[in-house]
Each structure stands twice: as C-alpha cells, then as structure tokens.
Design a protein around this ligand. Structure first.
Ligand code: GSH
Length: 219
C-alpha cells in the first residue's frame, strides 16, 4: 500500500495525520502544495478543495479524522483506548478540538471584534476541557493516544501566539490543561510533525493576515 499525504505546511489538521503516521511508524510520502495556487491535479482529486488528503494507491481519503481513523485501522497497535465508551468519548473530544482550531482561525485572521468573539469561544471550550481533565500526563493516562495527537496542533499554536505576543492566549489559569499541553509539546513525534522554522512561517502568516492579532505581536 503506497501512502501520500497532501497538505499545506501550516495546516493543523494535517499535523494530526503526520503525528499518527509517525507514532505508527508507517512510511508515507509528504507532498506540500501552495494554498494560494493549488495545482490542477489537487483540484481534481480534492472533493472539498481542502487539505489534508491521503492518497492510498490511487484512492483518495479526505477529512483529517477519517484519515487518522484509517491510519489506526491499518496499524498493528491501537492509538485509541481499548474500552469502548472511553474510546467513543475520546472521539467526541477530538471533534470538539476541530472546532477549537476554527476558533484559532478567527483569532488569527479576525478584526478586533472577531478576535474577541473567537477568543471567548475558545476559552469557553478550554474551560470545559479543564473541568473534565484530571492530573494524568496525557488525556487517558500515561499513554499518548490519538486524542493527544488531535490536540497537539492547537497546543502548538497557542504556545506560538503566547511567545509572539504578551501571552495574549495564556492558558496558565487551566492547571491540568497547561500540564497536558507541556507534556504533549515535549514529545519528539509532536516536534517532528512540523517543518523546521514553521513558527516563523506562522508569525509571518499572522502579520500577513493583518487582523487584530497582528497588532499584538511583539518584536
Ligand atoms: N474538516 C477538515 C478541515 C480541513 C481544513 O480546514 N483545511 C484547511 C487547511 S488547514 C484548508 O484546506 N483550507 C482551504 C480551504 O478551505 O479552501 C479536516 O478535518 O480535514
């Protein structure tokens, strides 16, 4: 089976798939396309016009959650907890984390009003996660699971924004969530899921969007 993951360098949804492939030690070819000028072959095979896409031989799988579930199904080791209710519960929170990436998009691109609306929406969700998160290292305990991979892109972007601004999106008030974020961001599979210098690309992207967040950048 030949796998090819197609994405933009900055796409947080694709990052989930890259972490899953790395954890499962599955070989794949990475192809980046330019979001501003997608090639014709991509437009032809992407039903939504969005990345990530996973090409499996000549078939195309789209939607990051479906891609990560597919990776799970072809892997020797499960990346979800075994117990069925806990597994379903993890999947629910994974969907929820996708909505949080939508809030991040509003924060990065929005004018002042949109920034505050998106930040409020994001922090309401963070509050709900803090309420259910315990003191375990990862979401389900000591083991890094798919849910941790799903939240990793969000944690990475929050830490970048806090580094680039005067902690505009500080999560230190959320003790369990902050500790979870630190544990996830310390892992090699997470660090290696982005190209070198992507933090600089993210900074430039914030500047180029000219939203309210760009006015909060320091240095
Ligand atoms: N629900 C999709 C969301 C994917 C998504 O939003 N991809 C963004 C890049 S991170 C995209 O392709 N944006 C371009 C567009 O919407 O035209 C998934 O989970 O795969």
């Amino acid at each position: 089976m030949k796998l090819e993951l197609i994405s933009f360098k900055l796409c947080p949804f694709a990052q989930r798939a890259m972490i899953s492939l790395d954890v499962q030690k599955i070989d794949f070819k990475m192809t980046y396309i330019n979001p501003m000028d997608p090639p014709d072959w991509f437009i032809e095979i992407s039903p939504t016009g969005q990345v990530p896409l996973l090409k499996v031989d000549d078939q195309v799988i789209f939607e990051s959650l479906i891609i990560t579930e597919f990776i799970e199904e072809i892997s020797a080791h499960s990346f979800h907890p075994k117990e069925v209710v806990q597994r379903a519960n993890n999947r629910s929170w994974i969907v929820y984390s996708g909505e949080m990436l939508g809030d991040m998009f509003g924060i990065v691109t929005g004018d002042e009003e949109k920034f505050h609306i998106s930040k409020k929406a994001l922090f309401e969700k963070l509050t709900k996660i803090e309420a259910i998160k315990n003191q375990d290292k990862f979401f389900n305990g000591e083991e890094f699971n798919m849910i941790d991979a799903a939240f990793a892109p969000l944690f990475m972007r929050l830490s970048w924004v806090n580094e680039f601004t005067n902690n505009a999106l500080s999560i230190t008030e959320f003790k369990h969530l902050s500790a979870w974020s630190d544990a996830v961001l310390a892992l090699d599979v997470v660090r290696n899921s982005v190209v070198d210098g992507l933090d600089d690309v993210y900074y430039s992207n914030i500047e180029a969007r000219e939203g309210y967040l760009s006015t909060l950048l320091i240095d």
